[in-house]
Design a binder for this molecule. Structure first.
Ligand SMILES: *Cc1c(COP(=O)(O)O)cnc(C)c1O
Length: 427
């Protein structure tokens, strides 16, 4: 085993991290332990986690109840194939998911990551129309600034400009992109809605489904939009016989203030993708849920997907416990108080010359800069001040674990403001 002071060099020479290059690697920070909302660096320093490990660790780290759930399942069986076999953790989880999501969603496909659950959702939609005798409906309609994952099917519905996937353009299926709805206000953005209407009206005969992140667009721009826009999308889908896939991989399990973001629009999707915080950030697990109409509509032809680690028992067991923990907690109050705190604290950023917009929704706080920030430099400044954030592009943002205490959120915001004020760093 290499000495800790050799880790970074080795890492940079040999290990890819998300969206990095072997030739021009970005710095990485060795984390050796995590507990509650704190990440512990190899040198012993502790960082307040403002990221929940990308939306996932909603209960914080090293949670005794989640640890116990995994340990208990581990002594029974850590894994078994799901082909021809079922097991209690998967059954319990499917039952829970059916109970906590809207009535029409009655059937569950377990996937091993968010991207895979999106692939499955797309297959369901296309296969549904195929079984209905319609092999023309194979395209998707979505909005710009979306993010749905990194596999090929999912990539094809990510924002075509900032989606980091321009390189693969020639390989990707071509879909339809409507303008992204605006970030502010309670009435739907007319122009964006018209752009959507025109596309669905013109192309519905080839469109199998609309795929969209409800209320909050995550990695494609950290943008918010009003519930009424989503309600109208649902109506247009019904009117033009197009299925609605909601990608709640980031927004699910309370992040936006309701258990699922679609609840704010009072609608139900035909297909729902969940992931990220499903296991409280402990293990990789995702799921695609659908209605009886779609499941029956797909018919006798098997749904053509089956990951090796489908419904991994450890992951299902910790998901069951994470959901219980969430529902037994006063999560609505926690999210509201985080929202309140973020709204108050991030105000100050609005007056900075370099800042374009500040927005807060549930336990998500976003500072959009006028220009892109240099991630490595700005991250180093955050780490020096004891907080963990991962800005990208023009966005400096936080979505802390729900268990975070007021003084730790305040510290995160204090540091953000401090760092954004450093002369020469941003402007
Ligand atoms: C993260 C994310 C995905 C992809 O999930 P992975 O587990 O990273 O494959 C898809 N959609 C949304 C909205 C996400 O935030």
């Amino acid at each position: 085993m290499l000495h800790p002071n050799q880790w970074q060099t080795f890492d940079q020479q040999h290990i890819w991290h998300p969206y990095t290059s072997m030739v021009n690697p970005l710095p990485t920070y060795p984390i050796v332990a995590a507990d509650g909302v704190y990440l512990e660096l190899a040198d012993g320093r502790k960082l307040i986690d403002g990221m929940s490990s990308w939306w996932a660790a909603i209960h914080g780290y090293n949670h005794p109840v989640l640890n116990a759930a995994i340990q208990q399942q581990l002594t029974r069986m850590s894994h078994v194939m799901f082909g021809g076999i079922t097991h209690p953790p998967a059954i319990e989880l499917a039952e829970t998911l059916i109970n906590i999501t809207c009535e029409p969603l009655q059937h569950v496909f377990f996937a091993d990551s968010g991207s895979v659950s999106v692939e499955v959702a797309i297959k369901m939609a296309i296969q549904y129309w195929f079984t209905q005798g319609n092999d023309k409906k194979q395209k998707l309609l979505t909005v710009r600034n979306g993010y749905h994952g990194d596999t090929f099917g999912a990539m094809a519905v990510c924002d075509p400009v900032n989606g980091m996937h321009g390189l693969f353009k020639g390989v990707l299926p071509q879909h339809y992109f409507a303008d992204a709805p605006q970030c502010h206000g309670d009435t739907p953005d007319k122009n964006a809605l018209n752009s959507f209407k025109n596309l669905i009206k013109q192309h519905h005969q080839e469109i199998a489904a609309v795929i969209i992140e409800p209320i909050v667009q995550g990695a494609g721009g950290m943008r918010f939009y009003c519930p009424e826009y989503l309600r109208q999308i649902r109506q247009l889908c019904d009117q033009y016989h197009v299925l609605l896939i909601l990608d709640e991989i980031a927004t699910g399990f309370g992040r936006t203030g309701t258990l699922f973001a679609y609840e704010q629009a009072n609608i139900a999707p035909d297909i729902l993708c969940i992931g990220k915080s499903l296991t409280g950030g402990y293990m990789t697990l995702a799921a695609t849920l659908t209605t009886t109409a779609i499941a029956n509509g797909i018919g006798e032809t098997p749904l053509m997907h089956g990951p090796t680690f489908m419904a991994n028992p450890l992951a299902c067991a910790v998901a069951n416990t994470s959901i219980k923990l969430l529902l037994e907690s006063d999560w609505q109050k926690q999210i509201l108080s985080i929202e309140h705190c973020l709204k108050e604290g991030l105000q100050t950023c609005k007056s900075l010359k370099t800042v374009k917009d500040v927005r807060v929704k549930g336990a998500i706080g976003v500072v959009e800069m006028k220009k892109a920030v240099d991630m490595a430099t700005i991250q180093e400044q955050f780490v020096q001040r004891g907080i963990w954030l991962r800005p990208f592009g023009k966005l400096v943002y936080t979505m802390p674990p729900y268990i975070i205490k007021k003084n730790d959120i305040e510290r995160i915001m204090e540091v953000i403001i401090d760092v954004l004020k450093i002369k020469g760093l941003i402007d």
